[in-house]
Design a protein around this ligand. Structure first.
Ligand code: IVH
Length: 672
């Protein structure tokens, strides 16, 4: 396999993984900037290697197919995503392409709008009355969040135009978001309740909109801005994006007032830098500026490339940075013993969030960046919970800035630290270090793990110091009498904790594996392992070669997993968990099974109900491959209208020919 193909495959599965976390679970593991970087690398590699099929690539689709918590709702017309630009030059190139296609030498007029960092929604109105509200999903099918949408007070329940009558039917598109203030408040409450804070206002908005209980959504003070009209019936269609915004406003929808007509690229760029300056002062988060061709006839002419229109682009903002003073350094000890230096800062507001801590990643980094106590440092927040120190402002360094010493002993248990030659990290090697036990337990009970509520940091610390918790299995032996005497734990919460641990005894196997906190084994790998081994005893008995053979598990992961599974301590721990009645459940049936595995589909002609790319994606998700040409290996030829020579060839080779409807029935059967 070529290096490029391997990297493309890796990038695709990585991006799919992060898409799931971001769109499906509102809980990203990487920053938007890091995601954009991966995505960009994939786009460039795919462009450089057109011979590699893109049919199943995340570059060809919008977001993530809904995962089943909500009913699915097909959008009457598809919702697109936006291509990103990160430099003035990329914006100029975009404008140049629009101009080339415009049959005119004049500059193309654009409309600029702030890019609101929220969740895209599609609302349908029938006879002027709000009928349905859906998330974007994969652009074709979203999640039905109507009940939740109806709780958002700034969204009109009915269209009452200032002039004229509402259309018989229309789709209205925009962004549901949470103010910076509401975001901070929500996170404070979550932390008080021992829940994990949301990474940024967008995740908080998505999490709030995707609540099964609309009362929770209602309590979150969501707001919305609207910027597009999708399908519309029985009314004259707007001719420009300016008219779209005007009409939305006239119909009673909140439109962000910071839009403008820009007659050239230069004007677009002026707006961009102006908006960048205004960004901090805005009460809501924006992550860039959207540039759209104003003339809708030209938009239609330019069309779309798979996931995004050629007539619009998002010029993203760089990550936010601020200067502040490094007051002190504390050293945190993680689950696997890694010592992480954390900067304590003079509090500074970045993008609506007050930051007083920032990660320094590791001691190498401190040395490389020559960071000293008392330094003036630049802090960056890029959609992350934990902001990072970017660099020192050397010009502001005072004479008594102190060097930061390298650690020699664990700050918690005092054990001498280790530094392996091939690693940057210093580690506390003591498996029984109270900090490590605490982190292991917090990881075990976390939402992505065993999902046990009420077991916060404070409780765990107290239980460890009283000798009541030495490992995760002890959680299941806790009694109300153990907990109730602890300071600040009432009888009722003690009861709740015991009930929560009892209720968590049958976790899905993948969550159980993740919860064990094995080095390098994240949610995604835990799922892979579940689908390969299907039970804890089988996983415990796995040979190293079997682990290495799993697609998606590298050598290092396999080694770490093997070491974990073969260690006597861990064997005892798993046995102790099982003895406490913990019984992880394997998935009822292999949901990842690919019912169309081994089949090869070819499409010909124009499909009436979906784009060809979408059809290809559907079959590849079910395990089949697709090809552009008929061969003896073809299983099915799917015919749309105006089928050409492929049909003749298929008949010649005796290949099964099916209609689009047959095809859709086949897919529907397997998707259930
Ligand atoms: S236009 C085909 N306008 O950004 C046009 N999108 O990265 C698609 N967004 O899915 C959308 N503010 O969720 C548009 N003023 C704006 C926007 C905006 C935020 C979001 C939207 C979209 C995403 C694309």
């Amino acid at each position: 396999m070529s290096d490029a193909l391997r990297r493309i495959q890796d990038l695709r599965s990585l991006i799919d993984h992060h898409n799931k976390l971001y769109h499906g679970l509102d809980s990203p593991e990487i920053t938007d900037a890091q995601y954009d970087e991966l995505f960009r690398e994939l786009i460039l590699l795919e462009e450089a290697h057109p011979e590699i099929s893109r049919a199943n690539s995340p570059t060809q689709r919008v977001g993530q197919t809904p995962q089943g918590r909500f009913a699915s709702l097909a959008h009457p017309s598809p919702m697109f995503s936006l291509a990103n630009a990160f430099s003035d030059a990329e914006v100029s190139a975009f404008a140049e392409k629009c101009k080339k296609n415009s049959d005119s030498d004049e500059d193309v007029p654009f409309v600029i709008e702030p890019k609101i960092d929220g969740v895209a929604v599609n609302l349908t109105y029938r006879n002027g009355v709000l009928e349905k509200g859906a998330t974007r999903g994969d652009g074709v099918v979203g999640e039905d969040v109507t009940a939740n949408i109806k709780t958002i007070t700034s969204i009109p329940q009915s269209i009452i135009p200032q002039i004229g009558t509402p259309p018989d039917f229309c789709e209205i598109r925009g962004e549901v978001y949470l103010d910076k203030n509401a975001f901070v408040e929500l996170n404070n409450t979550r932390e008080e309740n021992g829940e994990a804070p949301f990474a940024n206002p967008r995740n908080a908005a998505a999490g709030s909109l995707r609540q099964l209980d609309p009362d929770i959504t209602a309590s979150r003070t969501l707001k919305a801005f609207f910027y597009a009209i999708g399908k519309v019936e029985n009314t004259d269609k707007p001719k420009t994006q300016m008219e779209v915004l005007q009409r939305l406003h006239n119909w009673g929808f909140p439109v962000n007032e910071r839009f403008a007509l820009a007659n050239s690229v230069d004007e677009c760029l002026q707006h961009y830098y102006q908006l960048l300056r205004e960004r901090d002062g805005l009460p809501f988060e924006i992550d860039g500026m959207v540039i759209k061709v104003n003339d809708i006839a030209l938009q239609l002419e330019l069309g779309e490339v798979s996931r995004s229109p050629r007539w619009a682009i998002a010029y993203k903002f760089p990550a936010e940075q601020k200067q502040t003073t490094l007051q002190n350094i504390i050293v945190q000890v993680g689950r696997t013993g890694v010592l992480t230096p954390v900067a304590l800062l003079s509090p500074v507001e970045i993008g609506g969030v007050v930051v007083s801590r920032a990660t320094l990643h590791n001691f190498d980094e401190i040395e490389k960046k020559d960071i000293r106590l008392g330094d003036c440092v630049i802090i960056q927040r890029a959609g992350d919970v934990i902001p990072a120190v970017v660099e020192v402002v050397l010009a502001s360094r005072s004479g008594n800035a102190e060097k930061i010493p390298l650690p020699t002993h664990c700050p918690v248990c005092g054990t001498e630290v280790l530094k392996l030659a091939q690693e940057v990290a210093y580690r506390c090697p003591n498996e029984r270090c109270p900090a490590r036990i605490k982190e292991r337990i917090l990881h075990f009970v976390s939402r992505k793990g065993m999902d046990i509520d009420g077991v916060g940091e404070e409780v765990v610390e107290k239980l460890i110091s009283r000798g009541l918790l030495t490992d995760v299995a002890d959680l299941f032996a806790l009694r109300v009498d153990d907990l109730a005497p602890l300071e600040r734990i009432a009888q009722k919460s003690a009861g709740n904790i015991v009930a929560a641990t009892a209720a968590a005894k049958n976790p899905p196997l993948e969550k159980f594996i993740f919860a064990l906190g094995i080095r390098h084994i994240g949610e995604y790998t835990a799922r892979l392992l579940t689908h390969t081994f299907n039970s804890m005893p089988k996983l415990m008995a796995a040979e190293k070669e079997e682990l290495e053979a799993i697609h998606g598990i590298g050598k290092e992961m396999a080694q770490s997993l093997y070491d974990f599974l073969r260690s006597d301590d861990n064997k005892l721990l798993v046995a102790k968990l099982l003895a406490q009645g913990v019984n992880p459940l394997a998935p009822a049936k292999d949901v990842r099974k690919k019912p169309l595995q081994g089949m090869l589909f070819v499409f010909t002609g124009k499909l009436a109900k979906m784009e060809r790319e979408e059809a290809k994606r559907l079959v590849t998700e079910l395990g089949a491959r697709t090809s552009e040409s008929i061969s003896a290996k073809t299983t099915y030829l799917v015919t749309g209208s105006n089928s050409g020579s492929k049909l003749d060839k298929a008949r010649l080779l005796n290949i099964k020919v099916i209609s689009e409807d047959d095809f859709l029935n086949m897919i529907a059967e397997h998707e259930q």
